[in-house]
Design a protein around this ligand. Structure first.
Ligand SMILES: NC(=O)c1ccc[n+]([C@@H]2O[C@H](COP(=O)([O-])OP(=O)(O)OC[C@H]3O[C@@H](n4cnc5c(N)ncnc54)[C@H](O)[C@@H]3O)[C@@H](O)[C@H]2O)c1
Ligand SMILES: O=C(O)[C@H](O)COP(=O)(O)O
Length: 391
């Protein structure tokens, strides 16, 4: 049966080129989609349809998705880690240079010369008003050393800067990619008290809400350049405005403008361009489309933010059962007992958990009816049960 895929936002069409004919993808509303593929569209007010089992974020941040509600409905939410990281890193390079060299004010002034005489002479006379600083030998702080932060830290080493990194949750994989010359610190105060420039590369979560606040800004060196290409809610704007007014923060560069930042002095507002390149969009869309087809066709989970990654390869057995369930005692025993009672032989089983949730894939050697599967949903703790058959 044709699988219905609800698209939101502009998803790079090239990413669909390799998709099989049995997928129908549309930005027009679909009543009961099997999956949703989106970028920054906000899903918090959306009621999920019963058939929806997958949400793919063609990008990094998933704070636009009600992940907890999706989890309880047995919907796997995945993103595209690192797919747009180069795009954001390059925008960070632009932000660092733009803020250090007064580029925005200089461009506005240059533009104001339109229609005047002796433009070349006026430029030579006026350029002294826009003298800036070079990045080399300055101290740079990177908060969050994941896909983007790691790249930004390494880039700043290449600029000849002294780089400090802060990320209490860094994964081993990310840490391996960070240049050994990056000075790792375990406290945020060091970043603010040492650095001339600080760049934020963390997700927006409840815990990270207003992580940049008056307490931490009190440690900032005068004239700090603060770059936020990560998310709006990470910075307490009242505290930031006070720090700008006092001169503690010299320039704020933000990729998530709002009324307040548009009216704030010494602020460079970028219209959320971090991932707005065909390269990043195509990378991210291809990644989630591939992950989605593998989930719908084989039940395999890759790059999930709510369920564990579990993979049994291409489905070649008589049938495969996919179960989204709570991570509670006796779960697997109940599932295995159920199949034993139905005289269904298990060929292979894969199971893993992520916090309070778990996922089990079972390849079986005899067929299972939809009616029997329905009964599996009644096993305490199971929130979704699905049969997958080989193509
Ligand atoms: N401007 C844009 O267009 C754009 C594009 C991509 C991503 N983003 C934003 O950037 C964020 C980071 O993206 P990524 O691809 O690097 O994600 P990532 O998951 O690879 O890295 C995030 C890192 O932040 C760390 N972290 C989490 N909380 C932290 C805290 N309180 N202090 C320090 N470190 C903390 C994590 O351990 C992780 O290493 C995304 O969540 C998204 O909000 C913005
Ligand atoms: O989290 C992300 O990946 C970025 O904010 C990019 O968002 P976009 O896909 O809407 O450009």
């Amino acid at each position: 049966m044709t699988k219905q895929i609800q698209l939101f936002n502009n998803i790079a069409p090239k990413a669909f080129e390799d998709i099989e004919d049995d997928y129908f993808l549309s930005n027009e509303p679909i009543d009961n989609p099997d999956a949703i593929i989106l970028r920054s569209a906000k899903l918090h007010d959306m009621t999920f349809a019963p058939e929806t089992k997958y949400i793919g974020r063609a990008g990094a941040g998933t704070n636009n998705i009600p992940v907890e509600r999706a989890t309880e409905a047995g919907i796997v939410v995945c993103n595209a880690p690192g797919a747009n990281a180069n795009g954001v890193k390059e925008l960070a390079a632009m932000s660092l240079v733009m803020a250090s060299r007064n580029v925005l004010d200089a461009l506005k002034w240059t533009d104001s010369l339109k229609g005047q005489d002796d433009i070349a002479a006026k430029i030579e006379a006026g350029k002294k008003n826009f003298v800036g600083r070079e990045l080399r030998h300055k101290k740079m702080g990177v908060i969050g050393l994941g896909s983007i932060g790691g790249r930004v830290a390494n880039m700043c080493i290449d600029f000849g800067m002294t780089v400090y990194g802060y990320d209490p949750y860094v994964t081993l994989r990310s840490a391996w990619g960070v240049d050994s010359r990056v000075k790792y610190t375990e406290d945020l105060q060091t970043i603010f008290s040492e650095c001339d420039l600080v760049s934020l590369h963390v997700p927006y979560t409840e815990e990270n809400h207003h992580m940049i606040n008056s307490d931490i800004l009190a440690y900032a060196k005068d004239g700090l350049i603060l770059i936020n290409l990560a998310r709006d809610g990470l910075v307490d704007l009242d505290a930031l405005e006070a720090a700008i007014e006092s001169g503690r923060v010299g320039t704020y560069v933000v990729d998530f403008p709002e009324e307040k930042t548009l009216n704030m002095r010494n602020t460079i507002n970028i219209p959320h361009l971090g991932a707005s390149t065909p390269e990043s969009q195509e990378n991210a869309a291809r990644m989630v489309i591939n992950q989605m087809t593998d989930y719908l066709e084989n039940g395999n989970i890759t790059n999930s933010v709510n369920y564990p990654d579990v993979n049994l390869g291409v489905c070649r057995s008589t049938a495969r059962i996919a179960l989204n369930h709570r991570n509670i005692p006796n779960m697997l025993a109940q599932i295995i007992d159920f199949l034993r009672e139905k005289n269904i032989n298990i060929a292979t089983l894969a199971n893993d958990h992520r916090g309070e949730w778990a996922y089990t894939l079972i390849d079986i050697e005899s067929d299972i009816t939809e009616e029997t599967l329905e009964k599996m949903i009644n096993i305490d703790g199971v929130v979704r049960a699905r049969i997958i058959r080989p193509n």
